[in-house]
Ligand binder design. Structure first.
Ligand code: B4P
Length: 191
């Protein structure tokens, strides 16, 4: 099993690229954002609780996403590994993920970090709001908050992973195809 983190600020293209990479390398794509939105769409008690937090651009509690991921890991089979998208988002989530994987004889093999300019992030998210109707994409103030939350709570994971030799920056500007090719070139060395 080979396990990758696809990492970067909101709008950096994690979700967009993960779908294609997972298919290409037979990886199971695990997006905590998608899992949380599915709870909201299904109208579950958890979804109702998380929806307000997400609409403000804040992070949901660590234990919620950790439990979701553990469940998925334990109920999956047949893939060459996992592609974690939007998880972990805090150092505490990272430590939990490492523990979860280690207990099952696996590890994080590489962290691919999409590097995208601030103005481009905002532009992409506002454009997505037109199509997706996602409440967290509609309001520029919420978008800025999501970017601030990323810098404060999520970015420290880069140092944590860099010290373990897992960090691989990837230029996230350009066309979707160009970025896919760059990510593909790093991943094919490991899969
Ligand atoms: P996510 O679903 O992870 O959303 P994201 O960071 O906004 O999206 P992503 O970076 O994947 O962008 P995408 O590829 O779609 O999180 C949403 C919320 O869920 C969080 O704010 C938080 O509240 C909660 N949450 C999720 N995980 C959590 C966790 N682990 N802990 C706590 N809370 C958690 O790209 C964006 C747009 O850009 C798309 O429209 C795409 O088409 C476009 N695009 C992509 N690449 C492009 C390119 N090269 N050129 C032009 N456009 C491009």
């Amino acid at each position: 099993m080979v396990n990758f983190l696809i990492f970067g600020p909101p709008g950096s293209g994690k979700g967009t690229q993960s779908v294609r990479l997972a298919e290409k390398f037979n990886l199971l794509h695990l997006s905590t954002g998608d899992m949380l939105r599915a709870e909201i769409t299904a109208g579950t008690a958890l979804g109702k609780k998380m929806s307000l937090i997400m609409s403000k651009g804040e992070l949901v509690p660590d234990e919620v996403v950790i439990e979701m991921i553990a469940h998925k890991i334990d109920h999956s089979k047949g893939s060459a590994g996992f592609l974690f998208d939007g998880f972990p988002r805090t150092v505490a989530q990272t430590i939990s993920l490492e523990k979860m994987l280690n207990e099952r004889g696996m590890k994080i093999d590489q962290m691919l970090v999409l590097d995208v300019d601030h103005d481009e992030l905002v532009k992409r998210l506002i454009a997505r709001a037109e199509l997706s109707g996602r409440p967290d994409d509609k309001d520029p103030a919420v978008i800025e908050n999501r970017i601030d939350v990323y810098k404060e709570k999520t970015e420290p994971i880069i140092n944590y992973c860099n010290e373990k030799g897992l960090y691989q920056p990837v230029k996230g500007m350009g066309t979707i195809d160009d970025i896919f090719k760059r990510l593909n070139d790093y991943m094919k060395k490991l899969v």
